[in-house]
Design a protein around this ligand. Structure first.
Ligand SMILES: [Zn+2]
Ligand SMILES: [Zn+2]
Length: 256
């Protein structure tokens, strides 16, 4: 049998428990308000990649797991493969977003739009480039491709939503005048602006090296190191790895 507490002991125990509760509550509140998103928890973003066309463009499909609403980024070619995946995953494609207007990134716009009813979005400054896709592709000695005109233009600061997914548009000109990158949940889709270990070419019409470096510095290198980089061609990377190892961007290049 435990010894019964005296009145004074009982008060001490109650006081102790109250103080402990207050500390726990304060710690929890501090944790809660330090969360990056204090609103409701975001749904899971499904991310799929297909490598399409002779220039091996990365076409990404991002979708909200719950609502199945999706965005197709850079459907450059191989429409049948893209549409097969969309059907398999039962996705409702709301938007086709082109990171820029080069022919290798827009070749399947038409077929994906016709099959899904999605709107085509691009930065206004690259609309003329997209309109000249056939000329671009024949200059490369490739099958002529074309795209319907954009349904809407996007600009820096716009947010493209599909379910709970919110892709933030950042204007990253330099590879082309209307190049954009898309940011969401620790991921950056960088089109042909930034690659793993390299940057986009600037010798095409509308390209400019200084502009491209400024874009990358201002809009991409300011992201946290653990941000995943998904480029228009080649493997994935992180902002931290590019900061350290990209010969165009690291300290030795005088980039800082
Ligand atoms: Zn390009
Ligand atoms: Zn490209």
């Amino acid at each position: 049998m435990p010894k019964s507490f005296t009145e004074a002991q009982r008060h001490r125990v109650i006081g102790f428990v109250l103080i402990l509760s207050a500390i726990c509550a304060a710690l929890w509140l501090a944790w809660f308000f330090n969360q990056p998103d204090t609103g409701k928890k975001k749904g899971t973003m499904l991310l799929m990649r297909l490598v399409v066309g002779p220039l091996q463009v990365n076409c990404f499909i991002v979708a909200d797991e719950k609502t199945k609403e999706a965005v197709v980024i850079d459907p450059g070619d191989d429409a049948a493969d893209i549409l097969k995946l969309i059907k398999e995953k039962d996705l409702k494609v709301k938007y086709i977003v082109n990171t820029h207007g080069h022919f290798d990134h827009i070749g399947a716009n038409k077929a994906v739009k016709e099959a899904t009813g999605a709107e085509i979005l691009i930065h206004e400054a690259d609309a003329p480039l997209m309109a000249k896709a056939a000329q671009q592709s024949s200059a490369f000695g490739m099958r002529a491709v074309s795209s319907p005109p954009a349904d809407r233009f996007v600009k820096d600061g716009d947010v493209i939503t599909a379910g709970e997914i919110a892709l933030k548009v950042v204007h990253t000109p330099g590879h082309s005048q209307g190049g954009i990158s898309l940011l969401e949940q620790g991921v950056a889709f960088t089109g042909d602006s930034l690659f793993a270990g390299s940057i986009g070419r600037t010798d095409f019409p509308g390209g400019d090296l200084k502009t491209l470096l400024r874009s990358i510095k201002k809009n991409l290198m300011t992201l946290p190191d653990d941000t995943k980089v998904f480029s228009g061609h080649g493997p994935a990377s992180t902002i931290g790895d590019e900061r350290e190892e990209n010969p165009f961007l690291n300290k030795e290049s005088g980039f800082e």
